[in-house]
Design a protein around this ligand. Structure first.
Ligand SMILES: Cc1cc2nc3c(=O)[nH]c(=O)nc-3n(C[C@H](O)[C@H](O)[C@H](O)COP(=O)(O)O)c2cc1C
Length: 200
């Protein structure tokens, strides 16, 4: 990438850190942590949706969701996923491919407990991806749920947790004039990251 002179290209995580911090500081990137997640059904049908990156390090990229949702079911049958960040205001795209592993319960508990109370209630009330008769029905479930547990005891539902995407391919693209974009691909081969440029 154009900033390659200022960062080590030995490992894609240095590059990710560089761009992610820029996105977080950018006045016109509203959701730097929003990533488009693609999963594949048993029939081979891909589907994608946005989720939020809640934690990342060299072990992988973590998001949280309802395990019984469409994506949750697809991941439990086939953990191979990809995510894509596009920071429009920066003309940057990052693509990550890898395999999901569920985070351990202790990590999921810590994150769940850090969420605002209404979000915790919502996690209990939503049968994510199931048919819903009306929005009013959802609000009724939220109200019922709020009465069920004292606020301090709103522990994590066992159907809600996080997945860590353990990457084996990460690609950074900086858009350039006339579609002559700079693409750098990192692939994990025999435990080592190797990188090179790709035609745009
Ligand atoms: C900006 C944004 C952030 C989102 N973050 C999450 C998230 O972190 N986890 C999640 O389960 N759904 C999140 N959603 C909702 C998902 O995009 C999706 O609608 C939902 O998870 C159901 O997807 P599924 O039926 O394919 O499982 C987010 C949506 C948007 C627009």
């Amino acid at each position: 990438m154009s900033s390659e002179n200022t960062m080590s290209l030995e490992n894609p995580f240095n590059v990710f850190k560089h761009w992610f911090e820029k996105a977080q500081q950018h006045a016109h990137v509203k959701y730097p942590d929003a990533m488009n997640l693609a999963t594949v059904s048993a029939a081979g049908q891909p589907s994608n949706r946005t989720v939020l990156l809640k934690h990342w390090d060299e072990a992988g990229f973590v998001f949280y969701t309802n395990l019984t949702s469409r994506k949750g079911g697809e991941i439990s049958a086939n953990g191979k996923v990809s995510v894509c960040f596009h920071w429009d205001a920066m003309d940057v795209q990052i693509r990550i491919e890898g395999v999901c592993a569920q985070v351990d319960d202790a990590q999921a508990d810590i994150y769940f407990d850090s969420r605002p109370m209404q979000s915790r209630v919502g996690a209990w009330a939503s049968k994510q991806s199931q048919p819903l008769a009306s929005h009013a029905h959802l609000l009724k479930r939220v109200a019922k749920q709020s009465l069920k547990l004292p606020l301090g005891k709103m522990h994590r539902p066992d159907f809600w947790s996080g997945f860590r995407i353990v990457p084996h391919r990460i690609e950074f693209m900086q858009m350039k004039d006339y579609r002559l974009h700079e693409r750098r691909e990192f692939k994990l081969i025999d435990g080592h990251w190797v990188n090179g440029l790709l035609y745009p």
